[in-house]
Design a protein around this ligand. Structure first.
Ligand code: URA
Length: 302
């Protein structure tokens, strides 16, 4: 395996400047390698073994990044798009320079956990249809979700194109507080939903917050219609082991319900960090990365 690379390339890969800026800096004597001043920007170094210091800062090389993003509504899960804002625009330049890409897709109006990495192998393994990595979503659904829907999801839902989904687990999180009466009943799913967010899952509150919750605005008309028709709104959780196009929305459509809001809570062993607000991100911890890798390996054995 090739272990050496040009000094200016190493610094460029880490986002310390363009090749021409870096060439200038090296020639001016701003860089030392293993304590020795160097003047040759093309010097071959081992980026993992050699100690490179740029203007007094010790440079730690890495070539992979793993980012947990709380995707907000209004951004597409792509690296480039001619019309829409992409999730890449939510990352700072010093991470974007590693060219991470989203592991799978969330719809433009879906919020929640999105992993971004430039580790193609891990991404491939997590998305492989053979691995069935479970993804859990919470959703606000118009229409009464009942035991018949839970049974249908458990056996497999026939989608609009005839595809029968793998068995999925459906749970109704809040059966009482979400009636379009709009009052908030005792017994809310306190543990499942943070108070500020729980507020959008009553019909009245959802209507009141239409203008401030972008994910709800995307379904403004449907929400208003559901409220006007006195339809119940249910706050549900669903776990699927595959990732077909618009899968959760289409599963509910197949049983006559409409998803008004969707948020991914977890992917395999990785839950969304609840301290991240929509639009915020952080890098994965070593422990989280290990969990993902080991999980993938466990999947391989089964
Ligand atoms: N299912 C959907 O319908 N949309 C998403 O964004 C993710 C899963």
């Amino acid at each position: 395996m090739k272990t050496k690379m040009r000094l200016d390339k190493m610094l460029g890969n880490l986002g310390y400047g363009t090749r021409s800026v870096l060439k200038g800096l090296v020639r001016q004597g701003a860089v030392t390698v293993n304590g020795n001043p160097v003047k040759d920007p093309g010097m071959q170094i081992d980026p993992h073994a050699d100690e490179v210091v740029l203007e007094g800062e010790r440079i730690v090389y890495r070539d992979t990044v793993y980012v947990m993003l709380h995707k907000p509504a209004g951004f597409v899960s792509a690296t480039e798009d001619r019309r829409e804002r992409t999730v890449l625009e939510l990352l700072p330049e010093d991470l974007a320079v590693f060219s991470p890409f989203p592991v799978g897709r969330l719809d433009k109006d879906t919020e929640g956990l999105l992993l971004l990495t430039n580790d193609g192998k891990l991404s491939h393994d997590l998305l492989s249809p053979r691995k069935h990595v479970p993804k859990t979503y919470q959703a606000l659904v118009a229409g009464r979700v009942g035991s018949d829907d839970i049974a249908t999801f458990a056996t497999g839902v026939t989608l609009d194109d005839g595809y029968v989904t793998l068995p999925a687990e459906l749970r109704v999180l809040d059966d009482s507080a979400t009636e379009s009466r709009g009052d908030s009943a005792p017994g809310d799913p306190e543990e499942a939903v943070a108070p500020a967010e729980r507020a959008i899952f009553t019909a009245e509150a959802a209507r009141a917050r239409l203008d401030t919750v972008p994910a709800l605005q995307a379904n403004r008309t449907s929400l208003q219609e559901a409220v006007a028709a006195g339809e119940p709104l249910n706050w549900v959780e669903v776990t699927i082991g595959e990732g077909k196009y618009h899968q959760v929305k289409r599963m509910f459509e197949s049983v006559g319900k409409k998803v008004l809001y969707l948020r991914r809570q977890s992917m395999g062993p990785l839950p969304l960090d609840e301290s991240l607000k929509a639009g915020e991100w952080r890098e994965l911890t070593e422990e989280e990365l290990e969990r993902l890798r080991n999980y993938k390996k466990a999947g391989e054995r089964s």
